[in-house]
Design a protein around this ligand. Structure first.
Ligand code: DHB
Length: 390
């Protein structure tokens, strides 16, 4: 009898101890495309999140942060189902990741319902932050580089251009804001070409762009598709056609740029991050990232993941460890810090990222291709949100 009572007491103790242990960790759901077409985004962000935690410890406020990594393969229904499980079963204090716009859009209503912060580390359509008051973004919005690219184009004598974008949210944002910028500067866009997000074939649109004979071809494709676009561009001889190739930084992504070859030399892009950004912090970030991931070079996705963790750590410190979702989002509003990309801030009104946009040129430096920054537009807010204001 005595022994039995002891066993029962021990069992009850174990049951009681389990939630106590669970309370000692703060779980963060990291949902990324680790497989499928967008897997480079998942791999880059995961590597950067792990690096941030290795460098800064996993207990920003005493309790241990535990990352629950889930692979949605870039499928929105899966993202939503995984987010639901992470909220209900795992009681995560925040959701993070979101490799594509449709994945963030599908999950935003769950964040609102559960009052859980949703940190967007990749998706870049302007409207995502409006989909839930719990969305906070550390990646970018496409109107930022697209408007900057158009301004650079007209300032540099380009009067006519053709646009080529992936046919979904960020592509339409890029097309809209590049076209508007060209018009505002006295230039024009003579054709707007689009390719499907999934399994695009760039040959027919590149042929149409070549036939239109504009001064420049402006492109946006999501991270990971740039290499295929560059290959087709070179194969069709467009690099020798006299049509200037300009793009958002997504196309000359640091993850893939090295494999793109000489056809991309001198291509001018607008973007928020280059692995060759000249700052002490970035040199350290790139070096540490390469030590931890010897076959990789960090791209803009990695930096957005790294900054997403910096934002969460700072917010937790500001709330003194209070994990209430509303309190965390409030703490994130207006936060500013130095990132490997340069200075950045979370706009307190829109919860969206404010950062420098750099104009860059592809160059070979010590045998590697880099986006060399040569001009800076400081602390750019989302121009689409500014335009929507009454
Ligand atoms: C999105 C995805 C990308 O890989 C990128 O470079 C930009 C935007 C998106 O789906 O929003």
């Amino acid at each position: 009898m005595h022994t039995r009572r002891l066993i029962i007491a021990a069992m009850l103790g174990a049951v009681a101890a389990a939630p106590a242990m669970a309370q000692d960790t703060m779980k963060v759901g990291l949902i990324l495309p680790m497989t499928g077409q967008q897997q480079s985004t998942g791999k880059q962000i995961e590597a950067a999140v792990r690096l941030y935690m290795a460098q800064n410890g996993d207990t920003p406020t005493g309790k241990r942060i535990e990352i629950l990594l889930r692979d949605d393969a870039g499928v929105a229904d899966t993202t939503k189902r995984l987010a639901q499980e992470l909220i209900v079963k795992d009681k995560v204090i925040a959701l993070a990741g979101f490799g594509l716009t449709p994945l963030a859009m599908a999950t935003a209503p769950l964040a609102t319902q559960a009052k859980v912060p949703l940190i967007v580390m990749a998706a870049a359509t302007s409207t995502i932050t409006a989909a839930s008051p719990y969305v906070v973004r550390t990646s970018q919005v496409l109107p930022q580089p697209a408007a900057a690219m158009a301004k650079w184009a007209v300032d540099n004598g380009i009067k006519s251009a053709v646009t080529l974008v992936a046919d979904y949210g960020p592509g339409i944002d890029a097309e809209t804001w590049f076209t508007k910028g060209m018009k505002d500067g006295g230039g024009e866009v003579t054709a707007q070409l689009r390719t499907p997000l999934m399994a695009p074939d760039f040959a027919p649109v590149l042929q149409r762009a070549a036939d239109a004979k504009p001064q420049a071809l402006f492109a946006f494709v999501p991270s990971g598709q740039g290499a295929a676009l560059a290959k087709q561009f070179a194969e069709r001889g467009l690099d020798k056609s006299g049509i200037r190739f300009i793009a958002t930084g997504d196309v000359t992504d640091d993850d893939q740029l090295n494999g793109m070859g000489n056809a991309m030399l001198d291509v001018v892009t607008a973007g928020f991050y280059s692995a060759s950004h000249q700052s002490e912090l970035n040199r350290k970030f790139v070096a540490a990232f390469k030590v931890a991931n010897p076959s990789m070079r960090p791209n803009f996705m990695a930096v957005a993941g790294y900054d997403g963790m910096a934002l969460l750590y700072s917010a937790l410190r500001k709330t003194k460890g209070n994990t209430d979702g509303t309190a965390l989002v409030e703490a994130m509003k207006g936060m500013s810090w130095e990132s490997p990309r340069g200075p950045m801030m979370i706009d307190p009104e829109t919860r969206d990222v404010v950062h420098n946009i750099y104009i860059r040129k592809v160059e070979r430096v010590n045998g590697e291709l880099f986006n060399t920054e040569f001009a800076t537009i400081p602390m750019v807010k989302d121009p689409a949100k500014a335009a929507a204001k009454p």
